[in-house]
Ligand binder design. Structure first.
Ligand code: KG4
Ligand code: ZN
Length: 349
């Protein structure tokens, strides 16, 4: 069964063809880095316009790379919940048009479900329940994944997501946007103990996060150095900042893994690409006896393949969507509401 998955939550336009839920025949991702770089954050209106410009070409490339025609597709899956509203509307409109024109089922999914299932794409054998840490520029969540389609949101950020903090610190250092991968690389040349940055909420007896204070601590350190005319070692700042972020992410995940008693922890979202996070979680898993999984790099960031895999499971369970489904910027997952915030990056600096 071939499913077309469409994802336009933020600044990546993506379409994928996935066969039987797990065989990725194509996963085309058109990044908009060139559009947003100069603003140091995602500009929602520009993101939506670029989605409109490239959506059709991205879908056609997904089909041709997979070597299939529109008539071979069984269903079309689309993220219609969680992201920048105007961006999501573009993907939803394209999916509705394809569903209507081909007379095939439409399957609407929640963006966070997509990230959860990004690990199921390559690992169909993941056991339930398991724990998923999903971290990007727009969200920072810990989910207890009970069974297919059933999630308990047990932790979330109270302010910034870790990826957002990465992007803002990179901007302070003049390193470009998005900053996560740049800081990750630079950190490998620095001393993680050079600056003693705070580990917000690390000792709180819950699974929630907060990264706004850490970002401010970096800003204050840079401002003090500038005032005194002192030079800072950028690699040391990057390494010390990354050490603080990873300490918190690992500590909270470990606490949640212990309390829920899961034997598998998955990591998803753009920050799942982080080398230090991967290494520290793998070590924690080995020490505490749980398996740690993360997706391949193209499946970490927003992509159509994860959407197609969720749609596959929903379709198999008889769940499809009417053609009048709406687009939502924020929608609950499990029993708790989450808010998508990448559009705020520019204003809060
Ligand atoms: O999931 P994603 O593509 O989009 C959303 O933000 O929803 O994630 C992008 C985020 C950005 O904040 C980026 O800086 C961060 O993921 N990121 C990383 C790394 N690669 C991407 N953060 C830390 N280390 C990385 N290697
Ligand atoms: Zn995402």
């Amino acid at each position: 069964m071939l499913i077309l998955g469409i994802e336009t939550a933020c600044d990546d336009t993506s379409a994928a063809i996935v066969e039987d839920g797990h065989h990725v025949r194509s996963n085309v991702i058109w990044t908009q880095r060139d559009v947003h770089e100069r603003w140091g954050g995602v500009m929602p209106e520009l993101a939506a316009r670029r989605h409109v410009e490239v959506m059709q070409a991205v879908i056609e490339e997904a089909l041709s790379t997979a070597g299939v025609a529109f008539s071979d597709i069984t269903a079309v899956g689309v993220n219609h919940k969680h992201g920048l509203l105007r961006s999501i509307v573009v993907g939803v409109s394209a999916a509705k048009a394809i569903s209507y024109a081909l007379d095939i089922p439409l399957v609407g999914i929640h963006h966070i479900e997509g990230h959860i299932y990004s690990n199921l794409v390559a690992h169909p054998d993941i056991d339930f329940p398991h724990l998923c840490l999903t971290v990007s520029g727009g969200h920072n969540l810990l989910l207890h994944v009970l069974r297919h389609g059933e999630y308990d949101l047990i932790g979330r950020t109270l302010d910034d997501a870790a990826g957002e903090a990465y992007d803002k610190v990179a901007k302070m250092l003049g390193l470009g946007f998005p900053g996560g991968a740049i800081i990750d690389r630079l950190a490998s040349e620095g001393d993680p103990t050079a600056y003693d940055f705070p580990r917000p909420m690390i000792n709180r007896d819950d699974y929630d996060f907060s990264f706004s204070g850490l970002k401010t601590a970096v800003s204050v350190t840079l401002a003090k150095a500038a005032k005194m005319g002192a030079s800072v070692n950028q690699a040391d700042i990057a390494a010390s900042f990354q050490a603080a972020v990873v300490d918190v992410l690992v500590a909270k995940t470990l606490r949640a893994a212990r309390d829920t008693g899961v034997s598998t922890v998955t990591v998803a979202g753009g920050v799942a690409a982080n080398s230090a996070l991967r290494q520290r979680l793998a070590e924690a898993g080995e020490k505490h006896g749980f398996r740690v999984l993360w997706p391949t790099l193209p499946l970490c960031t927003d992509n159509g393949a994860m959407v197609a895999t969720v749609a596959y499971y929903k379709y198999q369970a008889g769940i499809t969507s009417p053609l009048n489904i709406n687009a939502y910027s924020s929608a609950p997952i499990g029993s708790r509401e989450i808010v998508y915030k990448p559009g705020k990056r520019k204003r809060t600096n």
